[in-house]
Design a protein around this ligand. Structure first.
Ligand code: R5P
Length: 308
């Protein structure tokens, strides 16, 4: 394993997937920002170049791995390797959306455990630590060979929702496994929270959500999830609360992946507004995760020289 050197100052590198988030993070950390030149060669191969020196410095590379995931991931690996190669001290990968984290184990025989491989690749490229936001599986991070932390965007989303007049709203997690996020948001909004039971067919991807009686009649409801991909999960939850008389339904998530027709699917189910963060840059990214990311980076950089 390569040995990291302790140094005092910090540089934030603006990966091509997250330039504006990187600028906000640099401001929060009072760090120097280094931009990146990136392009695709005519045959589709990726090119990156650091546009500033990083020698002897702690370097935080900000690159979210949303779609096109594989391109963003390769750019991240190239940047980590380059930073180390030109003499950076410790390199922290700040990857708000950790692609493939839903494939954290082998669900069906013969499947790739993609999430684990992504962590191995980052370590092999030279990353000394990883900070991500609302990782889908904490268990996946425990498989990392480097210190890896996930910070929560829930308090930031909750403050935004409060400013949109949603104080006291009923907060619903569309899946029991994500109930913790709903609880955090409900704590700030000062209302109740609950969850639905969801199952997904591993082969077809179809989502089934059990209908439960909830105290949502005449009330505003915020449905909170970590990821909105097709929007199917949120749409099911929205239809259930709408059928029980909910007034305004707002969907909130950390990672607005918004694959093919997701917004339309949710709006047709009765969702009035979708709120996401810039962990994934999208048309609904209304909240920045920079403060949470900065906390995570500080935590990692405070770790002793031996463990980073
Ligand atoms: C899955 O377990 C996640 O927490 C999300 O609920 C899921 O990724 C959302 O996917 P979709 O928007 O496609 O239903």
């Amino acid at each position: 394993m390569r040995r990291a050197t302790w140094v005092g100052s910090t540089i934030v590198v603006a990966g091509p997937a997250s330039p504006s988030l990187a600028a906000k993070l640099a401001e929060a950390l009072e760090a120097r920002l280094v931009e990146v030149e990136s392009k695709l060669f005519p045959d589709g191969e990726s090119y990156v170049r650091l546009k500033g020196g990083v020698e002897g410095e702690d370097v935080v590379i900000v690159q979210s791995c949303y779609q096109p995931q594989d391109k963003h991931l390769l750019e991240l690996l190239l940047l980590i390797d380059t930073a180390k190669d030109v003499g950076a001290g410790r390199v922290v990968a700040a990857v708000p959306y950790l692609a493939y984290s839903r494939q954290d184990k082998r669900f069906l025989e013969g499947e790739a455990v993609s999430g684990r491989l992504i962590l191995k690749l980052m370590s092999a490229a030279g990353a000394d630590g990883l900070v991500t936001v609302d990782v889908h599986s904490e268990g996946l991070l425990r498989q990392a060979a480097m210190p890896a932390v996930s910070v929560s965007a829930a308090p930031l989303l909750a403050s935004y929702l409060a400013s949109r007049g949603l104080k006291g709203a009923f907060v619903l997690s569309p899946d029991r496994k994500r109930e913790a996020e709903a609880r955090l948001v409900a704590e700030v909004l000062g209302g109740e929270h609950s969850y639905l039971e969801k199952t997904r067919d591993r082969v077809t991807g179809e989502v089934r959500t059990e209908v439960r009686r909830l105290p949502v009649g005449g009330r505003d409801v915020v449905v909170v999830d970590d990821i909105i991909s097709t929007g199917g999960t949120i749409a099911k939850a929205a239809s259930i609360v709408k059928a029980q008389g909910a007034r305004r339904v707002v969907a909130a998530c950390t990672h607005p992946i918004l694959a093919g027709g997701a917004l339309e699917r949710m709006y047709s189910a009765g969702v009035e507004e979708v709120v996401g963060t810039d962990a994934v840059e999208s048309e609904v990214s209304k909240v920045t995760v920079a403060p949470a990311l900065a906390q995570g980076v500080r935590r990692l950089l405070k770790l002793s020289r031996a463990s980073l």
